[in-house]
Ligand binder design. Structure first.
Ligand code: NAI
Length: 244
């Protein structure tokens, strides 16, 4: 019986690369997405070329009640959830002096509270089977902070604390919970930056370049698979040496 991975915000960027990495390894894939678009059909087709089953579930991570339903839908189709990847995230960058209360709240609501909402509704299924893996996508910004990203940094630092607490609470149930802290990755989230900003960030990275989502996906696969047997509560940086 194939293992099952659920990825929030899995229809593009890092989330999509994670879905393909797990599909290549024979996992059945549950992709959560916000809004339907034409790419979903193509992603489904391409994933199923790996001889795995897929389920696409619409849902906003800020909608706690919806995640009760999604948990039931996944269990109905696959009977279990082996791996949860909390990947959905947004930015609303500006300096604190210009940051509205809403800018702060909405980023924390999606990135941090969203991670709680999904985890709270999915982890009972892992707990019952006494096995599971959770990988939360934090950020290097949650570790070192960044001017213009107070809301984002706070949300991602919060994810790191949430990860450690979950790791402690569920260790006895054989559920390993980790975060990763990516640096500068080539996705829609960073595409909006000007070439000069990208160049100046690349200059601060010892490896002198952005990473591709597929490079991040390999780390998520390791932490989320049974190859990881002894890492829990950790935050693993994947940043080309940016914050060593
Ligand atoms: P992206 O913008 O391409 O993907 C974000 C995904 O989250 C999208 O699929 C979007 O639909 C989904 N999403 C947003 N709000 C949602 C909500 N309320 N409910 C459900 N889904 C929602 O960006 P990217 O880069 O792929 O980001 C993925 C994760 O990686 C995020 O958590 C981001 O903070 C994190 N990250 C990205 C870095 C980068 O340089 N791109 C660096 C460090 C962390």
């Amino acid at each position: 019986m194939n293992k099952v991975v659920l990825i929030t915000g899995g229809s593009r960027g890092i989330g999509k690369a994670i879905a393909f990495e797990f599909a290549r390894k024979g996992y059945n894939i549950v992709i959560n997405y916000m809004a339907a678009d034409k790419d979903l059909e193509l992603i489904k087709k391409e994933l199923e070329e790996y001889n795995v089953e897929t389920l696409f579930v619409q849902g906003d991570v800020t909608d706690f009640k919806r995640w009760e339903e999604i948990g039931k839908e996944v269990i109905e189709k696959f009977g279990k959830i082996d791996v949860l990847v909390n990947n959905a995230g947004i930015t609303k960058d500006t300096l604190i002096l210009r940051m509205s209360e809403k800018d702060f709240e909405s980023v924390v609501d999606v990135n941090l509270k969203g991670t709680f909402n999904v985890t709270k509704n999915i982890i009972p299924y892992m707990s019952k089977r006494r096995c599971g893996r959770i990988v939360n996508i934090a950020s290097i910004i949650g570790v070192v902070g960044n001017a213009g990203q107070a809301n984002y940094a706070a949300s991602k630092a919060g994810i790191i604390g949430l990860t450690k607490s979950c790791a402690r609470e569920f260790a006895a149930r054989n559920i390993l919970v980790n975060s990763i802290a990516p640096g500068f990755i080539n996705t829609n989230m960073t595409e909006v930056l000007s070439d000069s900003v990208k160049e100046s960030i690349n200059n601060q990275i010892p490896l002198k370049r952005q990473a591709e989502p597929s490079e991040v996906a390999k780390l998520v696969y390791f932490l989320g698979s049974e190859e990881n047997t002894y890492i829990t509560g950790e935050t693993v940086k994947i940043d080309g040496g940016m914050a060593m």
